[in-house]
Design a protein around this ligand. Sequence first.
Ligand SMILES: O=c1ccn([C@@H]2O[C@H](COP(=O)(O)O)[C@@H](O)[C@H]2O)c(=O)[nH]1
Length: 239
Amino acid sequence: MTRNPVFCALDTTDPQAALALSRRLAGLVGGLKLGLEFFSANGPEGVRAVSDGGLPLFLDLKFHDIPNTVAGAVRGAVRLGPQMATLHACGGREMMKAAVDAAADAATKWGVARPQLLAVTVLTSMSQDDLAQSGVTGPLVDQVRRLAALAQEAGVDGVVCSPHEVDVLRAQCGPEFRLVIPGIRPAWAAANDQKRVLTPAEALAKGADWLVIGRPITAAADPAEAARRIQDELAGAIS
Ligand SMILES: O=c1ccn([C@@H]2O[C@H](COP(=O)(O)O)[C@@H](O)[C@H]2O)c(=O)[nH]1
């Protein structure tokens, strides 16, 4: 495997636990993802403390608000130096464009690399029935395709979708559009609240760029061993 495609989601409120995990996983994952649970407890300072270890950071704060507010939030996020950051595609084209412009401006202003912006399509915890409850009654995959098209038009770098939609979006959006995939479950891990899941090897074979894996690693008795097992499974599938 030339690069490790796994970003481990450190979903905890405890900064010491996150830091300890980040150290145990160095060399076994390709990056770390910090999201709403960690950020609402520890803020930007907590993010800096955990991401200082040198692994690439995916800041998954899923912004969704009016364009001006999202632009301001994106500027703050860019200062933290993430490789990737998220917003919700259902915020619309104008909101996503505002985020794209703000990310470029802020990166220039702070002298940091512009993060790749990813638009979340339909959450991997949602089934067809869950989506229908929100009033979207057509096939779930069509909604994912519509939101990905909107995101691409708005100029974001890629989307977050489930492993079930990877091949469809790869064909629709082309090879350069980043597809970042949670809802990843090795055969030996519990699904938890994830409803649209596949194994790491299956998601990669369908065309995923990055895999987001949290509890199968972090809730394992030995997280480093779980990460190593995933790495071995991916290497085996590729060769
Ligand atoms: O559609 C989405 C978008 C984001 N996530 C995030 O990914 C991880 C998955 O963690 P697991 O423990 O592997 O389920 C988590 O941080 C979510 O916030 C997602 O699952 N689905």
